[in-house]
Design a protein around this ligand. Structure first.
Ligand code: PEP
Ligand code: CO
Length: 447
């Protein structure tokens, strides 16, 4: 990569970065984070890139999921476990239905910084800077709370490190053992159509495992039956933090952002000459970019060429977020153009960010039917264009929250106030997330 260092983004116009009033403190924190151990190893990022290349070619499928924004207040081992468990259940449902390896990535262990549509927020005539995620300032609506504080980056790093530690333990220490599949259902609050459906799938998988065991194939002989790969990802928004976490990999001499395995560029920070694109082009991690409805084909090709100049499969994932109403009309021409121009990308569907609405009771919510509709539209587009649907990207939690309306449990507008806990966008609850996994499995079966 020519003319690039982890600092070159500083010469470019940056959107969505906080104005830290205490620059001296900022530099001090950057120095501290720059010396802290990497959270991920470059070799893991390379393995993920290889698996994403398989997804690009239709030989694997991505499941990306987790909070819209992690928070300091909601940090608890049971929360991490529950989200991990639902992701496992979703992945096994999709693997079984689609007969494809599922690449698991958590929006976890680093998903703290949030882009905002407005720099300020006004409540009852009081105007304050917007909340930008716990890594930057506090959600509380007071002047003090909203001042960006660089020291929050150190707390975010520490929380990411302990979250990742637990995720690695779950992934390799026995929790993900396929022979324990029935146990994954135990955390659900109540039996529903979707948990019953999962029980049925689990029983079928158990029979297959018993058959394989009789043939001498089990967790002792095949590691992937008792453990799994689990990767982390977040939006590469807060560049002072990402720069400080970027290191040269001693085995290859290449730069990697060691804050997560996979980093993506959001819909509000993809200016072709902007700071976030400049930063992302130089790191060797697999990266993603959101594709919103307003992005035109020429700009998309320019961005692809900046982010993936070698056109290596697995390097770049395009995460479309069009909205249920527009997906077929807006995504088809872009998919066609990328295919015609021979660019290798992994197409992932984010059915969350194009489907945000305000409920009658004033909550920011999403209709389950729209989320489902966008996923179906995504598969339709790829079927029609002869391209590969590469994965899905959800905002979800393992908790029994009431943030999105609909689904088999039929969360209603009136229910929203009972367990609405998100620090940012509304998430699917465990049942809604699993229900979507069954839909994806059904679509994968048709391929
Ligand atoms: C997000 O993924 O939380 C997000 C802000 O998405 P987008 O950039 O697509 O709006
Ligand atoms: Co969000």
């Amino acid at each position: 990569m020519t003319n690039w260092t982890p600092q070159t983004w500083r010469d470019k116009p940056a959107s969505q970065l906080p104005n830290y009033p205490d620059q001296e403190k900022l530099e001090q924190v950057e120095g501290i984070i720059g010396k802290l151990p990497p959270l991920v190893f470059a070799g893991e990022a390379r393995n993920l890139k290889k698996q994403l290349a398989d997804a690009c070619e239709g030989k694997a499928f991505v499941l990306q999921g987790g909070d819209c924004a992690e928070s300091f207040g909601e940090f608890h081992s049971s929360k991490i476990r529950d989200t991990f468990r639902v992701l496992l259940q979703m992945a096994v449902t999709m693997t079984y239905g689609g007969s494809l390896p599922i690449i698991k990535m958590g929006r976890m262990a680093g998903q703290f910084a949030k882009p905002r549509s407005a720099d300020t927020e006004t409540i009852d005539g009081v105007e304050l800077p917007s909340y930008r995620g716990d890594i930057i300032n506090k959600l509380e609506f007071t002047e003090d709370a909203r001042i960006p504080n660089p020291e929050r980056m150190i707390r975010a790093y520490n929380q990411s490190a302990s979250t990742l530690n637990l995720l690695r333990a779950f992934a390799t220490g026995g929790y993900a053992d396929l022979s324990k599949i029935h146990n994954w259902n135990l955390g659900f609050v109540k039996d529903t159509a979707v948990t019953t459906r999962f029980e049925k799938t689990a029983t079928e998988i158990e029979r297959a495992i018993q058959f394989m065991n009789a043939c001498g194939i089990n967790g002792d002989t095949v590691a992937s039956m008792r453990q799994t790969d689990f990767y982390t990802c977040h939006e590469a928004l807060l560049l002072p933090y990402e720069e400080a976490m970027t290191r040269v990999d001693s085995t290859t001499g290449d730069w990697y952002d060691t804050s997560a395995h996979f980093l993506w560029i959001g819909a509000r920070t993809q200016q072709t000459d902007g700071a976030q694109i400049e930063f992302a082009r130089g790191i060797n991690n697999p990266i993603g970019m959101k594709v919103p409805p307003g992005l035109d084909g020429d700009t998309l090709i320019t961005l692809i060429d900046k982010l993936s100049p070698e056109n290596e499969a697995g390097r770049l994932s395009l995460i479309s977020r069009m909205g249920a109403a527009d997906i077929e009309e807006k995504l088809s021409p872009l998919v066609r153009r990328v295919k015609e121009e021979g660019r290798n990308v992994t197409w992932i569907c984010d059915p969350m960010h194009g489907n945000i609405e305000k409920s009658a009771s004033g909550y920011k919510t999403r209709q389950f039917s729209n989320i489902l509709g966008e996923v179906q539209g995504f598969f339709n587009v790829h079927r029609a264009e002869g391209t590969h649907p590469g994965g899905v990207h959800f905002e979800m939690t393992g908790q029994n929250v009431t943030e999105c309306v609909g689904g088999a449990d039929d969360v209603t507008d009136e229910d929203l106030s009972s367990r609405y806990h998100t620090a940012c966008d509304p998430r699917l609850n465990a049942n809604q997330a699993l229900e979507l996994a069954f839909l994806v499995a059904d679509e994968l079966k048709k391929i």
